[in-house]
Design a protein around this ligand. Structure first.
Ligand code: SF4
Ligand code: SF4
Length: 131
């Protein structure tokens, strides 16, 4: 299928989409997939970004995503490379977890009640470790 055909199909699909048109079984399935993902995760961060922006520049959800990726897929190489390489668009040095000054401003904003500064410390130690 050409890219143009894909675009046409996507537009046609979007035109028929409406709010609340998922049936109960589909919603249950989505919920189960989400629960399974979170149960495998080291940190049950949903990437909602309510904790952002951090006044000290820490990219909290991105760091937890890399940490979870390493644990879920049992593959540390890519997340550790992505965390430590200082690449704009992936994660810059000034957005790493060691920039957290434990001001605790993010704590009350997290709907998952995650102990964010503590988890950031663990994530940083893990992601900076050598393979
Ligand atoms: S505790 Fe750390 S991560 Fe949370 S807002 Fe303060 S500096 Fe940012
Ligand atoms: S508010 Fe909590 S769950 Fe949402 S992105 Fe931040 S750490 Fe993750």
């Amino acid at each position: 299928m050409s890219k143009m055909q894909q675009v046409v199909e996507n537009i046609a699909y979007a035109e028929h989409s409406q709010p609340h048109n998922l049936i109960a079984d589909e919603l249950t399935l989505i919920e189960r997939v989400r629960d399974a993902y979170l149960s495998l995760s080291q940190v049950s961060c949903t990437a909602c970004r309510y904790c952002m922006p951090c006044p000290n520049g820490v990219d909290i959800p991105r760091i937890f995503d890399l940490y979870n990726e390493a644990i879920i897929y049992d593959d540390y190489h890519h997340p550790r490379w992505a965390y430590s390489s200082n690449i704009p668009g992936i994660l810059k040095e000034e957005n790493r977890a060691d920039k957290c000054i434990k001001c605790d401003q993010c704590l009350e904003k997290c709907p998952q009640k995650l102990p964010i500064p503590e988890l950031l410390e663990k994530a940083h130690a893990f992601l900076m470790a050598k393979d």
